[in-house]
Design a protein around this ligand. Structure first.
Ligand code: GLY
Length: 424
């Protein structure tokens, strides 16, 4: 079987790595891929939003399955474009990817179907949002309605910050048209958990849990990023919580999408908060999380191609997901200055230290070959170093040990990934 993975970050590297283990797969292409992915797949210089070229390539190369990983192409209809050309594709169609593509849509869906989430109001006009904020209880959360690279969420401690937030999103348009509409949401406290799941339109199979670290600096300080590290499983996500979520959140979401005529096939990523009043949905994503995927897939026992196909064919009820009884920690190695200004093009050394070492992985997020054939940094998040362990503490020790094997100028990482493990 020949597959084409769309995307070029750490998530896609983990997907390609997992797909490469399937005995069904004999060739993998990745568009555009990166220098790490190039060890497992043929990288093709086609952008993630260039559907026309993707379809042309898939037809010319008789691709059996396309996996669309990032949010932007999913929201813009990459899977619809493939299907229209008669190509099998894994991921939600445009009318279902709206679950992530519009925060207002997802909040309205949860309200309509009684799925637990924070109270909210939606605003299309900045003056109405500002009026509302005159009396709304603080702190409060402002979310750009559209996709904003995971950064369109502002937590405002007081009225001044909230008003400034409206200006940032709606008037200054820091996230472009994503901020034309905003959702203003009650602030919740509790532990965050990421739960990824496979969905075939009606059946949902939940993967093992994980936790991300979104802030750039130790102690959850600094700006929001795409994610600086993850661990899996979350020790706070108990069997009891999992049962509650299946009954009140996971299956109801799949059923709600179906009832709305927006059958969801692909991955739903539930961003949850475990509040004093029970689990609440913070956000939905319509794709694998990054870097969650880098700790979840190394623990998954199933052949991922079987699962992708079952989602497309509506036969997921015949699959049970299985995960190793171990733990994984991923530490992201970034370029200092991320997520704002950072330099690129520094030679990365030490990658060969991962060769042949079971339970240690280096997933490339932003890397490329320079004209001398060196692998160099090519993004804010550069690498995800993942290690397994028999428990979370061992996995964390292993991941931080492996993070030291890598060298590049301006290398930056958080030193407290998985600190919450000590409180479990
Ligand atoms: N780790 C969060 C995300 O993938 O959006």
């Amino acid at each position: 079987m020949k597959i084409l993975v769309i995307g070029g970050g750490g998530r896609e590297h983990a997907i390609v790595w997992k797909a490469a283990q399937s005995p069904k797969v004999n060739k993998i292409y990745c568009a555009p891929g990166n220098a790490g992915i190039a060890a497992l797949a043929e990288c093709v210089n086609i952008g993630v939003m260039d559907f026309e070229k993707q379809v042309e390539f898939a037809k010319a190369n008789q691709i059996d399955l396309v996996v669309v990983a990032p949010d932007d192409p999913l929201a813009a209809g990459a899977v619809d474009a493939m299907e229209a050309a008669g190509i099998r594709a894994f991921g939600p169609r445009k009318n279902a990817a709206v679950l992530e593509g519009s925060k207002a849509f997802s909040k309205d869906l949860m309200k309509k179907y009684g799925i637990p989430t924070a109270a909210y109001e939606t605003f299309d006009r900045p003056e109405e949002a500002l009026d509302y904020l005159e009396t709304a209880p603080m702190p409060i959360v402002l979310k750009a309605d559209g996709l904003a690279l995971g950064k369109g969420v502002l937590i405002c401690r007081n009225r001044e910050e909230a008003k400034e937030g409206v200006k940032t999103l709606m008037l200054d348009k820091q996230f472009g048209s994503a901020g034309d509409r905003i959702v203003v949401e009650q602030f919740m406290t509790g532990r965050e958990v990421s739960v990824l799941s496979f969905v075939d339109g009606k059946t949902i199979r939940v993967m093992t849990s994980a936790q991300d670290h979104k802030r750039a600096r130790d102690g959850d300080q600094g700006l929001n990023t795409g994610g600086m590290g993850t661990f899996s499983p979350s020790p706070f996500y108990t069997e009891e919580i999992s049962r509650y979520c299946m009954e009140h959140i996971f299956q109801p979401t799949v059923d709600a999408m179906r009832a709305e005529g927006r059958e969801f096939k692909g991955v739903i990523f539930f961003g949850l908060m475990l509040t004093e009043d029970g689990p609440r949905v913070l956000e939905y994503n319509a794709r694998f999380g990054d870097p969650e995927t880098q700790v979840v897939l190394p623990r998954m026992k199933n052949d991922i191609i079987d699962v992708f196909e079952a989602c497309i064919d509506g036969t997921l009820d015949q699959i049970e997901l299985e995960f190793e009884d171990n733990a994984a920690v991923c530490v992201v190695l970034a370029s200092n200055g991320y997520p704002e200004h950072y330099e690129k093009g520094f030679v990365i050394s030490g990658l060969e230290k991962f060769d042949g070492k079971d339970g240690y992985y280096v997933f490339h997020a932003g890397s490329k070959f320079d004209d001398k054939g060196n692998i160099v940094t090519n993004g804010g998040r550069v690498l995800g170093v993942t290690a397994l362990g028999s428990n979370l503490k061992e996995a964390r020790t292993n991941a931080y040990e492996a993070a030291e094997w890598i060298r590049f100028d301006n290398k930056y990482m958080r030193h407290d990934i998985g600190k919450a493990i000590d409180e479990a």
